[in-house]
Write a protein that binds this ligand. Sequence first.
Ligand code: ADP
Length: 634
Amino acid sequence: MSDAAKKYEFKAEVKKLLDILVHSLYTSREIFLRELISNASDALDKIRFESNRGTEIADKDLPLEIRIEFDEKKKLLTVTDTGIGMTRDELIANLGTIAKSGTEEFVRLLAETKADPGNMIGKFGVGFYSVFMVAKEVIVKSKSFLSTETGVEWKSDGLGEYEIAELDEKFPRGTRIEVYLKDDASEFAEKWRLENVIKKHSNFISYPIYLTNEKINTVSALWREPKSSVKKEQYDEFYKFLSYDSDEPMDVIHKSVDAPIQFNVLVFIPKKSNDFFWHDRENYGLDLYVRRVLIQHKNKDLLPEYLSFVKGVVDSEDLPLNISRETLQENIVFTKIASSVSNTIFGYLSDKAKNDPAAYNDFWKEHGKIFKLGYGDFANRDKFLELIRFNSSACADKDELISLADYASRMKEGQKEIYFITGQNRDSLKTDPHMEIFSNKGLEVLYLTDPVDEFVVQSLHTYKEFEFKSAESADSKKLSELKNVEEKKSGLEDLNKDDEKHFFSLLSKMKTILADRVEDVVKSARLVDSASCVVSKDEGLSASMQKILRMTNKDLAQPKKIFEVNPDHKLIRNLIRVFKKNANDDFIVEVTEQLFESALLQEGTLEDPHKLIQRLNRTLEKSSDWYVEVNKFE
Ligand code: ADP
């Protein structure tokens, strides 16, 4: 390095990441080589792209390739490419900072989970720094494709600083990375080990990789081969290469289309959904090739975002090689390919759902969370409706799933709505008072336990001619006209005329007590086992939806509810007796308040539980007096 070397400090997030990488021993540290080779391959893609669109480039006759050399004695490994290279500023920006959003979150996760970061690093793409798992010093020499630029050298031990200097020597376009290996990583300067790692992780790189002078990767475009000639192992190997997944894929979809537009598609559905998805939303897309030449890595317009769990490649003969990434979306051939790719995936999923429902349910459990965000895709609405799954009151347990077609096939005569109820989990929904009338009438109710589910059904609005309807706002009068599955369970006689009059006066009294906290107090037609509940006005949003909205807008007022009271409940019958004797008895106030607040608590909208608890404790105290007295404990 010349005298003009200048020292720089790594940015804070890089320091943190390096600290984790340098000081730990990981079993999968061989992946550093995959990362260096993949960066070299990206750099070669970039130069090929520039050359295809006629940009002037330095050393334009250099073959596009990656060379790997090693020196066992010096414990030195070098990876050289003839790619796009880097200028001084690019070296500082690319190898001194991490430009990705979500990096902090990633580093935190890496530090916290203490998991082997091999796969996480690849998936997140902070690949270069992984070299410090094996290196005590790294020297990067690079020369940009711009002929006005000179070569630069970057050097670091990964501990906090790096140096940059001009390169004196005449250096050709591209990048050379010299890795001075730690003592315990000397295996990466041995031929058999290097060959093994390259074959394992980098076999499908589309440029030749030479180890010393021997070409060792296959360089084949698997997606161009006829389906019948590709073995499962080849698909698996290609998928692992593409996705950084260590597992095999759940599904392989391989198709070749000739007319009206020629393209090949080879995509995979992973066995596991990517936990990192929400922090790393940008990291999806299909690789777009034109005549076997990679035009764009992770193109995001070939698939809608809700199919982003799909990984793979698309290759077409019918797009121009020099197509610019910016104008792709406006290219008619491209948009036709894109919609055809989506159709292929929809077709595949429909067949899977039909032919192997158990496997389809497994798919749904992994990827349904992302897939259901497709509720707004009107072009695919009908297919989407057939592919979404729910748990429902007709399911035997929380793992069973049903389709809307299943639901429709079980609908009662004259039933025009598909009922749903939202809440935390299946157990709490099963005991929700709003469910009572549905159980009593034998009506199936969809259990929506994912917060996004309600957006999904509200946006879809209908399935076939049936409207989605929240159990909280369903018209209980209409429902009560349907036949009961079981007979009344309360064991109470019907109210006589006189008591019924008193019951309605009691409701008015309750309304005075609750005043402007309720919209109304009415006789309930939906309750069987519970004394009371609150319901939304028709067309109102369900309680859980309101909760979500209030999370984002704190000032949103709590909409008033209708308080429903069950005249066929023991507690209410006793209350009628008290009311007949003394309409102003404090006990009526006490019970009304308690029932109302309990109903709010149950649906999760009670703001302050203190009064409810004090009241409850008062009641328990009194009942303990009564209990001791009745049982003659004294
Ligand atoms: P990623 O490759 O996911 O962007 P890295 O940390 O591996 O993350 O690399 C950071 C950046 O450094 C790359 O985006 C690229 O711009 C640059 N880079 C790394 N290696 C090379 C190389 N061999 N040739 C040219 N640029 C490179």
